[in-house]
Design a protein around this ligand. Structure first.
Ligand code: BGC
Length: 332
């Protein structure tokens, strides 16, 4: 082998070895970076970790609550873990609340369906975890703040709308989302306190139903067959209107039936447009979610907070839709 070939081989070997060294050096830098990321100091994690627990994840109303909370999360150094049963389930909701306390989150935002939540709220607060109630209050507990609808006032507003729209003449069936849940109880109480004052109005039937539409339809159907003089329905939950309308249609009673229900979810708005629902009590679920995160931060940062923040309420009728759509950037 002559010298030139030998030099070429040596040069080739040198270049190859240098290439490999460079490659492995770069690779080790990448790996170091990954390890550094994995062992990232706590400061890279959001400063606070909140749990938000709602009634039913598979529901437009609760999706909007979650969107509000997530929007607030984007604007602050906080992680909001949002959870709840897929379909309304008291035990599951209590279990999630318990888990949030055990995992020592920095704050818990919860919808306390009834007084079974009170000991848990008190326990969390005793352990130094602030609690904000949302959508439904638990005023007898040690919760820090309530953010949501004034549910008694909402019932009164519904009662006044019905009295106005029916000109004080109606035979009413009331469907409550649940006789056990605080918010439905208040919505019924506010409503009855108004309509009972009017001579031409009588409540002839009052039933509770699961918050699902299928259950409401069956309940409304039975009420209508037992009391064929019902001319108006009041439903205290989002899907009540949908179920009532379906039952009235099945019995060919939709034309002379007045229906008022809660929540401006898409299906209710569509039924309002068709004239099947006459009025909707609109709540502000997005705002509840958004403000609950902001107020929780205020509590943690020792800023002054009020005991109660009531979110806006309004009655929507068909005539209000064009204006409402304009305000929301809609087309009509
Ligand atoms: C109530 C919520 C409930 C939702 C679904 C709303 O009107 O405020 O508490 O979870 O309806 O039924």
């Amino acid at each position: 082998m002559n010298r030139t070939i030998l030099y070429k081989i040596l040069l080739f070997a040198f270049i190859t070895a240098s290439g490999f060294s460079l490659y492995f050096y770069q690779q080790s830098q990448v790996d170091d970076e990954k390890i550094r990321e994995m062992m990232a100091p706590e400061s890279d994690l959001p400063m606070y970790h909140f749990a938000l627990i709602g009634e039913e994840m598979n529901h437009e109303y609760w999706r909007l609550v979650g969107e509000g909370a997530k929007t607030a999360e984007e604007n602050h150094d906080v992680l909001v873990e949002y959870g709840g049963p897929k379909r309304s389930n008291l035990d599951e909701q209590l279990k999630l609340f318990n888990m949030a306390i055990k995992s020592k989150v920095d704050g818990i935002i919860v919808q306390p369906l009834n007084d079974q939540f009170t000991p848990l709220i008190d326990q969390a607060v005793k352990q130094g975890i602030p609690v904000i109630t949302i959508d439904t209050d638990s005023p007898e507990s040690k919760r820090d703040v309530y953010i949501g609808t004034d549910n008694y006032l909402a019932g009164q507003l519904a009662g006044k709308a019905l009295v106005k729209d029916t000109k004080g003449e109606a035979t009413i069936g009331v469907i409550s989302g649940s006789f056990d849940n605080a918010l439905h109880h208040l919505r019924v109480k506010g409503f009855t306190d108004i309509v009972e004052q009017v001579d031409g109005i009588e409540i002839v039937a009052m039933e509770q139903s699961d918050i699902s539409r299928v259950d409401v339809e069956e309940t409304a159907y039975n009420m209508l067959t037992e009391h064929d003089n019902i001319t108006a329905f009041y439903g205290t939950s989002s899907y009540n209107g949908v179920g009532i309308v379906a039952a009235a249609k099945a019995l060919k009673r939709e034309n002379d039936m007045y229906v008022i229900t809660f929540d401006a979810i898409d299906e209710n708005i569509q039924l309002l447009e068709k004239g099947d629902i006459d009025a909707i009590v609109e709540q502000q679920p997005f705002e509840m979610g958004y403000r609950s995160v902001e107020k929780m931060l205020a509590i943690i940062e020792d800023k002054p907070v009020q005991d109660v923040y009531h979110t806006e309420l309004s009655i929507i009728r068909l005539v209000d839709l064009p204006n409402r759509n304009r305000q929301k950037g809609g087309s009509s």
